[in-house]
Design a protein around this ligand. Structure first.
Ligand SMILES: [Zn+2]
Length: 302
């Protein structure tokens, strides 16, 4: 649903490689790091280096997959090399926490990512393998294949159960990709039920707030997989409150408040409706896309 704005510079790349290589696998005498294991089977990867694969840009993942699948039709050895071992999980999570600093799920914009882990007395969050690590094991540690997300989106029922990449390979829906234009192309729309006459909306049951894509239907599958329309259905009260607020504070009332308080009209409007700036980072607050899209629907932003 939302893009992840995260660019890896050389310093970050070095520290990621370092953390991956801080763990060794195998029995103590010939234990190897993941990079050493890669070097051993280098010929399976053609011209791709270890770094090329773990930092593969989202737009180039498709061609990497095509080449490696052709080179290794049975894929047997590949599974062993990039194993996403339990030892990696806390290290990688720490890297993301520090440099991406995720707060809200990028897939749904509904839930906070961090949950409190009582056992270890700290916050933790899930990282989803955007492209299935079981089917494409060499992408298990690639930074741009790891999407911080909520437990619901990462659950088997939602995304886990389908071969997401297979379903969506014609379109780029990786949140890191510049080709992923969900927010731009798909908007929440406001529909009133037929029995709701003269815009007299009495309850949240009088409205529908489906996601609609303009001109094409590239993102239908995405909306379906994450059950976005069904899940937002439970949050129609947010929009209902916005509608009621808009009725309470029409333009004329806002102008009166400006005269009374001396506070600029735009500022009052911004505060009352908690309007979200055009260039605000939507990934920092839950429901921010819904609220911004609805502000347009209600004419609060033009
Ligand atoms: Zn989510």
């Amino acid at each position: 649903m939302l893009n992840i704005n995260f660019e890896l510079n050389n310093e970050l790349k070095n520290s990621y490689v370092e953390l991956l290589c801080s763990t060794k696998f195998g029995n103590s005498r010939n234990a190897k790091t993941v990079k050493e294991k890669f070097e051993e089977y280098k010929e399976l990867f053609g011209d791709y280096s270890f770094e090329d694969i773990i930092f593969i840009e989202p737009e180039k993942i498709n061609s990497l997959i095509e080449e490696l699948e052709t080179r290794n039709p049975d894929g047997y050895n590949l599974k062993e090399i990039f194993k996403y071992d339990g030892k990696f999980q806390p290290l990688i999570a720490k890297f993301f926490e520090r440099y991406v600093n995720p707060r809200i799920c990028y897939y749904c914009n509904i839930d906070f990512i961090n949950v409190f882990d009582e056992e270890n007395n700290k916050n933790k969050f899930t990282l989803d393998h955007f492209i299935d690590k079981g089917r494409y094991p060499y992408l298990a540690l690639s930074v741009y294949n790891l999407v911080p997300c909520c437990y619901v989106c990462n659950s088997k029922k939602i995304k886990g159960s389908i071969e997401f990449y297979e379903e969506l390979k014609l379109r780029d829906t990786n949140p890191y990709s510049s080709l992923f234009k969900f927010d731009e192309k798909v908007k929440f729309k406001l529909f009133l039920h037929k029995n709701c006459k003269d815009l007299n909306i009495k309850s949240k049951d009088d409205i529908d707030i489906p996601l609609k894509e303009r001109y094409t239907n590239e993102y239908d599958k995405y909306i379906e997989v994450f059950k976005l329309n069904e899940r937002y259905e439970a949050h129609k009260d947010i929009v209902f409150d916005m509608i009621k607020n808009a009725e309470l504070y029409p333009e004329s009332r806002l102008k009166e408040l400006q005269d009374l308080t001396g506070i600029p009209y735009q500022q009052i409007k911004q505060d009352i409706f908690s309007l979200i700036d055009e260039d605000a980072d939507l990934s920092k607050e839950p429901f921010s896309k819904l609220k911004r899209d609805m502000a347009y629907e209600l004419g609060l932003i033009k």
